[in-house]
Write a protein that binds this ligand. Structure first.
Ligand code: UT7
Length: 332
């Protein structure tokens, strides 16, 4: 039997309309536009500011577009994986809400929690499912409403993140395209440096947790920065090396969008010119699990069948990794 490869056959995305500018951030927190741009690269970000709407709203919009663009009958989808750190609820899963709203009722749906690395980790799962021959259509969502866990008076965190969602359809092919190699890791050492302390089973919501602002994202930026640069650079160099990839044959690098200085450092390590590095941090900020699929969504028209794409991610946990994929289709 011919080997099945798992290939992305379409991308859908959604970002909210509201643009939160650096000027507005600087009115809420003790920061300046100049600091934010020079230290992070973020110029603006999108925020889902309508009351009562959560991550599933953005994910649903992205998947709706994905199903339309790929002419996919929702009833033919076999599985829906949603990677997010800002689920609508502890349970049921955001994935199940999206599945229900869009009528993908011949599938099973579940969440995958790996913070900013979530979408790439979920792609690894989807690829294994499809390569096994048991799954024909898997929807892989990366979605986060980071504004729901940010303290807009905390200058250390509020300027960096934004909201957004995107999703890929993963299907089998016998052609020489699709998911080829990956290196994914978690070390369990990252907890003190990047976390959301309250609201889980260790510190359920209480007056104490509210008073101590424990429902907001906490990050020790400098430590996370160092680990991100080192681990993303090493993982992507490793995957590139063992697949004979270099600046001559890599068409695109798609790095997690946490800070333009991290992206620059990873590009330098790979000796890649920035024209071949996808970025959206300037206008979307760090959308956590959304950064990679949103980048593919925005660059889709520039992608060609057979393009060599190197992904790399880093997130809370710590989680990190890199993956090599050949793009599956020409611009539609
Ligand atoms: O996506 C998940 C993974 N996340 C990441 O990879 C993020 C990695 N970290 C970063 O991107 C950067 O560390 C930050 C952007 C978060 C911070 O930049 P930094 O250059 O590393 O700043 P720092 O944390 O070392 O802080 C330096 C100074 C501090 O002031 P003092 O203590 O030296 O007086 C901060 O309070 O910069 C201050 N600072 C700010 N000042 C103005 C931190 N944030 C701001 C701000 N505006 N927004």
């Amino acid at each position: 039997m011919e080997k099945l490869h798992a290939v992305i056959t379409g991308i859908g995305g959604y970002v909210p309309d509201y643009v939160l500018t650096n000027e507005e951030v600087a009115r809420m927190a003790d920061t300046t536009e100049e600091w934010i741009v020079s230290r992070t690269g973020v110029r603006e970000r999108r925020i889902l500011n309508e009351e009562g709407l959560g991550t599933s709203y953005m994910a649903r919009k992205a998947v709706r577009q994905l199903l339309d663009r790929t002419d996919t009958d929702p009833l033919t989808v076999d599985a829906v994986i949603c990677s997010t750190s800002t689920a609508d609820y502890h349970f049921p899963s955001t994935a199940s809400i999206v599945l229900g709203r869009l009528g993908m009722t011949n599938a099973h749906a579940f969440e995958l929690s790996a913070a900013c690395s979530g979408w790439l980790f979920a792609m690894e799962q989807a690829a294994c499912m499809v390569e096994s021959g048991r799954y024909k259509k898997v929807v892989v969502i990366g979605a986060d409403k980071m504004s729901s866990i940010l303290d807009y008076t905390d200058r250390n965190t509020c300027a960096i993140f934004g909201d957004g969602a995107a999703a890929a359809l993963v299907e089998p092919t016998t052609e020489d395209v699709g998911w080829i190699d990956s290196y994914m890791r978690t070390d369990g050492q990252g907890l003190p440096f990047l976390n959301l302390q309250a609201g889980g089973s260790v510190a359920p919501p209480s007056y104490f947790t509210l008073e101590h602002r424990m429902h907001y994202l906490h990050q020790e930026g400098r430590t996370v920065f160092k680990f991100a640069v080192t681990n993303m650079s090493e993982a992507s160099a490793l995957v590139a090396g063992r697949n004979g990839l270099s600046r001559d044959n890599i068409d695109w690098v798609v790095p997690h969008q946490a800070n333009i200085r991290i992206i620059d450092a990873v590009a330098k390590r790979l000796d890649m010119p920035m024209e071949k590095v996808m970025t959206n941090i300037q206008h979307l900020g760090n959308t956590s699990a959304g950064t990679l699929p949103l980048a593919l969504w925005e660059y889709e028209k520039q992608l060609h069948k057979g393009d060599n794409i190197l992904f790399t991610v880093f997130g809370a946990g710590f989680t990190w990794g890199a993956a090599y994929m050949k793009w599956g289709y020409d611009p539609r």
